[in-house]
Design a protein around this ligand. Structure first.
Ligand code: MF3
Ligand code: CO
Length: 255
């Protein structure tokens, strides 16, 4: 992996714009998640929206990925490929989207309910989202990556859920995956030190049962080994002098 990059004020301004477009694309997808729609329809609308903003869908063609959004339903954790699948009442759908604007990337995700979810599914989604906010309490200059990782893991496991280990967060910049890796588990006080101007994606993937996962034969779709539900929540953030800035900000961040 590349070295950790520190962004200039000019780069940060572009990353803010890329982030806003990406978060708006996530909002669009969230609003489309409902019983009766196909995942392919959501993908098509999101792709159209990103291009209308003068950006490009980062995922499309990335490592051969065939769509603009990852839509992962129920036991699918990440990298679900949109297509003819029709969403049903009670499905939970993890939306993961990236947009590249003027050469810089925004990357974010969230899990949303089609229709009405069970109370357990709703709690999984809430805990996953909150684990991101617990983690970024340590996303400040002077702390280390492992401090974020540890805070996420502790919150998730204290709530009785599993934290995926095979996939991690990452630096973000002119490419989607930069150094450093940002695991969602592990001891505090380890890993690279956080410095003002770093931009990273923090993205807990949380499971109802075991944290162990498999990849389906399509080569992409990651599912829980036990078939229980999973949720995902991600934002691209900027390390500052104080609180981190959420670059993939939209008003529905807590929905
Ligand atoms: N947000 C994901 C990530 O951080 C999405 C990558 S999907 C891919 O890795 F298709 F683009 F690879
Ligand atoms: Co990511």
């Amino acid at each position: 992996m590349s070295a950790i990059t520190i962004k200039s004020p000019r780069e940060i301004e572009i990353m803010r714009q890329a982030g806003r477009i990406t978060a708006a694309a996530r909002t669009l997808a969230r609003e489309m998640v409902a019983p009766g729609i196909t995942t392919g329809q959501i993908d098509r609308e999101v792709r159209r929206f990103i291009r209308k903003q003068g950006a490009e869908p980062t995922f499309l063609g990335y490592g051969g990925y065939p769509a603009s959004v990852c839509l992962s339903v129920n036991e699918e954790v990440i990298h679900g490929i949109p297509g003819s699948r029709v969403l049903r009442d009670g499905d939970i759908v993890s939306v993961d989207v990236g947009a590249t604007y003027k050469g810089y990337v925004g990357d974010c995700a969230g899990t949303y309910v089609a229709g009405t979810a069970s109370e357990e599914a709703a709690r999984l989604i809430r805990v996953t989202r909150q684990s991101f906010f617990e983690g970024i309490k340590f996303a400040r200059a002077g702390y280390r990556i492992g401090d974020i990782s540890h805070a996420v893991q502790e919150y998730v496991e204290n709530n009785g859920f599993g934290i995926v280990r095979d996939y991690v967060g990452h630096g973000v910049g002119s490419v989607m995956h930069e150094a450093p890796e940002v695991p969602n588990f592990g001891p505090p006080g380890r890993g690279p030190r956080l410095v003002k101007g770093m931009t990273i994606a923090v993205e807990p993937m949380v499971t109802q049962g075991t944290w162990e996962v498999n990849v389906l034969k399509d080569g992409w779709t990651v599912v829980t080994k036990d078939g229980k539900l999973a949720a995902h929540y991600e934002n691209t953030i900027l390390i500052t002098d104080g609180e981190p800035e959420i670059l993939t900000y939209a008003e529905d961040l807590y929905e």
